[in-house]
Design a protein around this ligand. Sequence first.
Ligand SMILES: Nc1ncnc2c1ncn2[C@@H]1O[C@H](COP(=O)(O)OP(=O)(O)OP(=O)(O)O)[C@@H](O)[C@H]1O
Ligand SMILES: [Mg+2]
Length: 340
Amino acid sequence: MLVKENVLEVLKDVIYFPKGDNIIALNMVDNLHVKENDIRFDLVVEHADDPKNDILINAAKRTLNSVFGDGVNIDIKIVEEKTALSKVKHIIAVASGKGGVGKSTVSANLAVALARANKRVGLVDADIYGPSVPMMFGTGDEQPGSFERDGKMVMVPIEKYGIKLLSIGFFVDANRPLIWRGPMATSALNQLMNDALWGELDFLVVDMPPGTGDIQLTLAQSFNVSGAVIVTTPQQVAFADVRRAAMMFNEEALQVPILGLVENMAYFVPDDMPEKKYYIFGKETGKKFAEELNVPLLGQIPMVERIAECGDQGTPLALDATSPVTKAFDKIAETIIRKF
Ligand SMILES: Nc1ncnc2c1ncn2[C@@H]1O[C@H](COP(=O)(O)OP(=O)(O)OP(=O)(O)O)[C@@H](O)[C@H]1O
Ligand SMILES: [Mg+2]
């Protein structure tokens, strides 16, 4: 007679190699029923259409048959894992070692450009200590809704311009500094990512805080980040920090591919002379930085007053189809879409 405990014990010999552990330890076995000569369970996987699922099913059957004999009936059903991010195709981190170079501006406008290209887009504000998304999207006093699922609170992102938004700034007064220890900040990021109703998204853009600290590590280690967009300004001093950020993503333990470099404030365009371009910090700087990092230069964003104004007013400039800035962001979005 088959006993559930024995079956569980035997299933511990079935290894899921991509994650380097057995399917019991990885919580991949659900609804196990053992009766007389029958073994039935759900195999919980990330993607139902993954060809590796069949290999795993065969391995489980072979292991069970080898212990309990060929006479037992085994019925294994593939079930897709239901996590907040299981229907999010790509997580894109927008980062830079340096503060104030335009990470939040690039994140907001890139999200808008991706949405303009008919992609389903979300934006997470991972800058727990200095959130920007509420102001940049003009969400005012709006607060995300929430509901309880399996005893856990789930946040419903605020939707604006077709983009799903979450930020710690929706829950606290954005003008008051958050005095939190590192672990609280990383736990806040985990909640924004995991305890939210993201639904089906093509891209979840993550606006990173400056630096190479806990938040960056948590994001890269705990989530399946498809790639990082690195933002820099043309000054050499900015590049030193940018290089550090790029090196962090390249670390063996993280291995987040760098999609490329965005040179922000690459040149100055005066409002009253839109045809003029002033390369204050040199013309080829972005290209040179990209070459040094051995990554593509995704785009050059000019320094224009309207970017800052639009950011302050909650209407990202990339919403204005006539602006040359929009064209620059459309091109960056296009390159990223083509990459995946
Ligand atoms: N291309 C641009 N032209 C003009 N102003 C810009 C441009 N890019 C960003 N700014 C302005 O520069 C300031 C800093 O930009 P932003 O907040 O995007 O930088 P950040 O890298 O996210 O900063 P932090 O490190 O504080 O998160 C903002 O006031 C923004 O409006
Ligand atoms: Mg920012």
